[in-house]
Design a protein around this ligand. Structure first.
Ligand code: ZN
Length: 273
């Protein structure tokens, strides 16, 4: 019986004091329709019984669906965090690059690599495990470098994702691999990267590279990187902008604005060691 699922999806997001009466009403409508139809066909007795039975069944399933849907939904949207001072910054600094959300950070990385004279592209979302950026040879279109981006404000990239990137590099026989973050790397990650030929770029190093560009190019990149809302993270599943949520005693998290159609989630601060 998919009535349960339907009520979960449709009535679940509503407040319980609305969804439960609606669900009960649905049961009553079923009873009423069957009873009236039956009376009109001269079968009032059977119609009442049948209507009563089906009405109670539909009502009960709908109420159960509505309540189950309500239990699944995360609690209300909370106030967005106070925007960082860098949101209005007009020059490149570490605070600004750390405020950039993951998707915009991937785009910034590609922009930077292109500004440095490489032919860089974002890989299609979710296409290749652990690769966000690819650099191809302008002459033969050969894959020259793979890149991974992690935008973790105040976060630290551990050895695990660096090791995974090295694995993809080796498996695909690519000459170079580079890891970009607006946070920093752990010592273990740095040691591994140095030993295995993975280039690491943290927030400070990326700022240095951006500042090495002609001023006009820097300003172009700044305008692109900070256009519109560049701090609210995009959903990792569907890339819609997320909304801050809080559920019970758990720390606040980012939830997809399209919930419950999309169940994408992100921690407010992420680190992996
Ligand atoms: Zn989503």
């Amino acid at each position: 019986m998919d009535l349960f699922k339907l009520c979960q999806e449709v009535l679940g997001p509503l407040p319980v004091w609305i969804s439960v009466p609606l669900a009960l009403g649905l049961g009553f409508v079923v009873f009423f329709l069957i009873a009236v139809l039956a009376s009109n066909s001269g079968l009032a007795g059977i119609g009442h019984l049948l209507g009563m039975g089906l009405g109670v069944l539909v009502g009960a399933v709908s109420v159960a669906g509505a309540i189950s849907g309500a239990l699944r939904r995360p609690s209300a949207v909370i106030d967005p965090p106070i925007p960082s001072a860098s949101a209005s910054a007009r020059e490149w600094d570490l605070e600004l690059v750390q405020a950039i959300e993951w998707k915009r950070f991937e785009e910034l990385t590609v922009d930077l690599l292109n500004a440095l004279g490489l032919r860089a592209n974002l890989t299609p979302h979710g296409a290749d495990g652990g690769v966000d950026v690819e650099v191809r040879d302008p002459n033969d279109n050969e894959l020259r470098m793979i890149g991974q981006c992690k935008a973790w404000p105040e976060g630290i990239v551990g050895v695990k994702p660096v090791r995974e990137l090295f694995g993809v590099k080796t498996a695909n026989g690519v000459a170079e691999a580079a890891f970009f973050t607006n946070g920093t790397f752990t010592r273990e990650a740095r040691v591994f990267a140095l030993a295995n030929g993975v280039d690491l770029y943290d927030g400070a190093k990326m700022i240095d590279m951006i500042r090495s560009l002609p001023n006009e190019r820097q300003m172009d990149m700044l305008a692109t990187a900070t256009a519109g809302d560049f701090t609210t993270p995009s959903c990792p599943k569907c890339e819609t902008k997320m909304v801050p949520r809080q559920s019970g005693a758990y720390p606040p998290f980012w939830g997809c604005a399209r919930y419950p159609r999309c169940r994408g989630k992100l921690g407010m601060r992420k680190s992996s060691r």
